[in-house]
Design a binder for this molecule. Structure first.
Ligand code: PEP
Ligand code: MN
Length: 258
């Protein structure tokens, strides 16, 4: 059902008027994790100032180590929604447990399924059964075919509002956190009718590479870019090496618009 052969025209996912897949670049920006109302609110204000509609922030954080910050859970989602509502933004946040979807849909506009859960088939089926757009990230070591099949799990349950997100894959290369598979973008655009984003933060893991990889993403036809923004990345509870502070984010958007 996600195949271009089945449906030749592009799917446009409309999130509160932000039409992902309409041919214009769209942005999903916000902190790695929701830490406090004050933190999210500062970022929301900066996001709004750039004319961006989609505010991200992790409330349920799938961390590699069980001793790292696990997120504020439902409380984090409430904070995110409060800050988003104040600036008329839409909320994008990851859900890791199918049982949380029912409660979470009250607070979010897009269900994110993270790389670690791309093949959590029960979660995919649950996300496919609700009437909310889904942002599906490519798995840590997933092939493009496995990625497309994961999207198929969602659409086959009736939910057609799917946004694919390339976020880098594991290779032998250690210069970046993951290897951004830039060619995945035109392949996914050719093989499916779904919009495709590139997450430059988690693919590179390097602040100095965010702008060049975002330019590359848009140049090869991505429908938008995801990146992380934090008021003070040095004290961030997760991903402190690659989040942008607000002035860096403003410059990032200025350069990208050029
Ligand atoms: C995220 O976007 O918050 C995240 C955890 O990314 P990924 O699932 O791509 O690692
Ligand atoms: Mn992160």
């Amino acid at each position: 059902l996600v195949s271009r052969k089945k449906k030749p025209e592009d799917t446009i996912v409309d999130i509160k008027g932000d039409r992902i897949g309409d041919g214009n670049p769209h942005f999903v920006m916000g902190p790695c994790a929701v830490e406090s109302y004050e933190q999210v609110s500062q970022v929301a204000e900066a996001v709004k100032k750039q004319g961006i509609k989609l505010l991200r922030g992790g409330a349920f954080k799938p961390r590699t180590s069980p001793y790292d910050f696990q997120g504020l859970g439902l409380e984090g989602l409430k904070i995110l929604k409060e800050a988003a509502d104040e600036h008329d933004l839409a909320v994008v946040s990851e859900i890791v447990n199918p049982a949380d979807i029912e409660k979470a849909v009250e607070y979010l506009d897009v269900i994110q399924i993270g790389a670690r859960n791309m093949q959590n088939f029960e979660l995919l089926k649950a996300a496919g059964s609700v009437n909310k757009p889904v942002l599906l990230k490519r798995g840590l070591s997933a092939t493009i075919s496995e990625f497309i099949n994961a999207a198929e799990y969602i659409i086959s349950r009736g939910n057609e509002n799917i946004i694919l997100c390339e976020r880098g894959i594991r290779t032998y290369e250690k210069a970046t956190r993951n290897t951004l598979d830039i060619s995945a973008v035109p392949i996914l655009k050719q093989e499916t009718h779904l919009p495709v984003l590139v997450d430059v933060t988690h693919s590179t893991g390097r602040r100095d590479l965010l702008l060049p990889t975002a330019k590359a993403a848009l140049a090869v036809g991505a429908d938008g870019v995801m990146a992380e923004v934090h008021p003070d990345p040095a004290v961030a509870l997760s991903d402190s090496a690659q989040q942008m502070d607000i002035p860096t984010f403003e410059n990032f958007m200025k350069e990208l618009k050029k």
